[in-house]
Write a new protein. Sequence first.
Length: 165
Amino acid sequence: MGGTVTTGWSDFAVAMAGAAAALAGLVMVAISVNIREILALPGLPARAAAAVGSLVLVVVTCGLLLVPGQPGPLLGVEVLVAVAPAVALHAVSLGHRTRHSATPRYSLALYVPLAAIQLLPFVLGALLLIASGASGGVYLVAAGVVLTVIGSMLDAWVLMVEIRR
């Protein structure tokens, strides 16, 4: 087998890292412009932190995909380490949402699947890379990258627009 598990992924990684970095900047501007409103609403600072943390996860993961000649199991360990803080930030955000929500079950029913859809592919892809070094793990990580960018767009919308309603 020629190359490594990340052979052919450099264009994807560069494009997604750039997109995530730009989106992270947008989220940071939204936070700074709406900081009073964000701090006034319980749970929203944690949601903002989870959004930024998820985008940092995308940038870091895409950077890891760009490391030349990296063995699959090592990449898997690195992705697993990178996803841990994002999982923690989402867990804190979930805790705040359920404690401060008028409808905690609705918050759980909505937020848990949205967070899982974003973060689970990173975890599963990392575990597949660790277990077998197979390139299929990279496809799962890539799915996590795309889904996290989409989920972060939703968070950016809330922090920029919905907060003003």
